[in-house]
Ligand binder design. Sequence first.
Ligand code: SF4
Length: 400
Amino acid sequence: MISHSSSPPGTTVDLSLTEAERDKILAHAAKFDPPGVTTADGRRDLVGMSREELAVEMAAIGEAPFRVKQLWHWIYHQGVIDFARMSTIARPLQEKLAERFIIGRPEAARVQTSEDATRKFLFRFRDGQEAETVYIPDLDEDRGAVCISSQVGCTLSCRFCHTGTQTLVRNLAAPEIVGQFMAARDSYGEWPSPKGETPRLLSTIVLMGMGEPLYNYANVAKAMKIVMDNEGIGLSRRRITLSTSGVVPMMDRCGSELGLCLAVSLHAVRDDLRDELIPLNRKYPIAELLAACRRYPGASNARRITFEYVMLKGVNDSEADARELVRLIAGMPAKVNLIPFNPWPGTKFARSSRLAIDRFSRIVNDAGYASPVRRPRGQDILAACGQLRTDGMRTRAGAA
Ligand code: SF4
């Protein structure tokens, strides 16, 4: 039990996070399970299967275990989607594989490229559901981040978030999560996977798109293990950031099992305001969230925890807020990303003024924490997360 000054005076916070609590979250997530990996014609998608699952599939068709390594190389290193291109596999086996399996990709229902080269994809999955993926190139160097969705819609209803206005339809499956990254790489022709420190155009993953990744932990974890596998895509854990609104019990598991970099959507420094902006705060208030950050495995000055803070005019952008933020994260290896709010139709929030953002940033910076202000990107395309999907649904409804 700890007490914390962001809780009402005299209260304590129970940190005895039990396995049972995690099991409850995982069981709830299972209710939104994605459909299986079998296609309409009965073939199975090999993308998103673990090595163990691939081994079971190969054994079932009488193939030796070494086929797993071969397939892994072709699927995740070479990026092929056609068995006929697997030159180390004899033609009869290529044909046998093609009869039973596919190497799937989500269909790009819409692709928009911004004047600043940000590219937004609306990917459609086999059951017709859609989710967004965004590639944000670095403007100075040949590298960039791919922002990936973990759910179709979201349960959390964060007030400033456009995706939060969409109800949760279902979780994305591991093939759909890995598939977003692979399809984005197809779009830039970045195959075979660059090895080691060779520069990559699609160099980092941020699990920051639609959905709360820790409410779909099993599929996200499976997908990220595939992405990190050295014989395939080989993206190191230092290059993958998972962003959570604060599903405290799963943060521990994510840190110890996957070791990904952590970003936390903080957005408010008082529980009363955070309760309103991020209703999940009522369950896991600021003190519990920050305690989970402090014990997050692997956090260090080289791997700082990122606090995301959306700048909402007159709501959370005062100098007092900035000073309280500094107090809350004192002693933590952390940085603070300030995000000028991206307004979307129907929102009641407005973007903080440049002056307010600069003042906030200076206070955080002077306290020794990097506090970059995120440059708005993709302003000429539907920039707020979730907007492209809503727009697509509206267009289809209009056409019906
Ligand atoms: S900010 Fe993230 S967790 Fe909150 S509603 Fe939007 S998508 Fe969901």
